[in-house]
Write a protein that binds this ligand. Structure first.
Ligand SMILES: Nc1ncnc2c1ncn2[C@@H]1O[C@H](COP(=O)(O)OP(=O)(O)OP(=O)(O)O)[C@@H](O)[C@H]1O
Ligand SMILES: [Mg+2]
Length: 303
């Protein structure tokens, strides 16, 4: 899916501001931003629940403005709480939604999605007896019935417990193995880090950063604080300081604390070992994704 220059003006300001992004096949794409950043508004425009002020949405190359219904058959979405009939069973709900689909959905397909979201045991029970997690799963089952190539979920893990979130991630992974792409929004980045391949950070309607989760959590080129637990801290400090007088070193009882690039850790280790110093441990404190997110969104405010 490709979104180009998407903009929504509401109440005299752009709550979504010239936003462009591309989601690849089989990818889980995170949409991360604080409350009010414009995530839901963006998703609503993508699925055509509200009009765009400006911009273009292409799904598998199909322009949603020109061929709305064709483009939408490629998308499955849960925006806000999925509509469900509480006094019907999960299965009856799925049959109901299957009837509304443009193309025929077979009973086999219904069984398949039930299995995929692990609802086999509960599918013939009434939805009113379902837990929140089970409802979410039924919502996903409903959204993927027609085999969309893109599944969009707005804050899908809201209210789920850690176990529920863990399982949810597993379902999403299963889906992407079938070639489905997924967009998930969240304001919790720890969750995005575990769930997504790439994360777009959105702040005040603007896209301020897109990076792979791998890139985000690895700070190869940045200075980090690294602790070396060694046999002789005094000697170790002397040797390192001799090699590089500029190196920032703090000495504690049985360890040295150094500020250096992550990629320099093996070199420091080698110097110490070659000098006959025993290295018992190397602990590197990398900047967490959380810290990066706060840094990025803070910059966004001042822009
Ligand atoms: N109908 C409207 N009129 C004016 N402003 C609106 C309207 N709907 C939403 N907004 C504003 O648009 C901004 C974006 O809202 P949106 O719901 O897209 O944010 P969000 O990122 O989904 O936030 P949350 O994490 O709280 O769900 C907010 O500042 C909101 O106040
Ligand atoms: Mg929202």
């Amino acid at each position: 899916m490709e979104v180009k220059n998407l903009t929504k003006k509401l109440g005299g300001r752009n709550v979504v501001d010239d936003l462009s992004l591309t989601v690849q096949r089989g990818e889980i794409y995170g949409f991360l931003g604080p409350n009010g950043a414009g995530k839901t508004t963006t998703i609503r425009m993508i699925v055509g629940l509200i009009t765009k002020t400006n911009g273009q949405v292409l799904v598998n190359g199909i322009d949603a403005d020109k061929e709305y219904s064709n483009a939408m058959t490629q998308i499955g979405a849960i925006v806000e709480n999925p509509e469900m009939y509480k006094f019907l069973t999960g299965h009856q709900n799925l049959i109901h939604f299957a009837r509304m689909a443009k193309e025929k959905i077979t009973n086999e397909r219904i069984d398949e999605v039930v299995k995929l979201v692990d609802l086999e045991d509960a599918i013939h029970k009434k939805v009113k007896t379902y837990s929140l997690g089970m409802r979410q799963r039924l919502g996903v089952a409903q959204a993927i019935l027609h085999r969309p190539s893109l599944l969009i979920l707005d804050e899908p893990t809201n209210g789920l417990d850690p176990q529920g979130i863990h399982e949810f991630r597993a379902y999403l992974r299963k889906l992407t193995k079938e070639g489905t792409s997924v967009i998930v929004s969240s304001h919790l980045l720890s969750e995005m880090q575990l769930m997504c391949d790439r994360v777009a950070i959105i702040q005040k309607g603007k896209l301020i950063n897109v990076s792979s989760v791998h890139e985000m959590s690895e700070s190869e080129s940045e200075q980090t604080s690294v602790r070396f637990i060694v046999s002789n801290t005094v000697k170790a400090q002397d040797i390192l300081q001799m090699k590089d007088p500029e190196l920032e070193i703090t000495r504690q009882s049985n360890e040295l604390q150094l500020t250096l690039k992550h990629s320099d850790i093996p070199l420091i280790n080698e110097i110490l070992v070659n000098a006959g110093i025993a290295v018992y441990g190397i602990i590197s404190k990398q900047q967490t994704l959380e810290e990066k997110f706060l840094e990025l969104t803070k910059e966004g405010v001042t822009q």
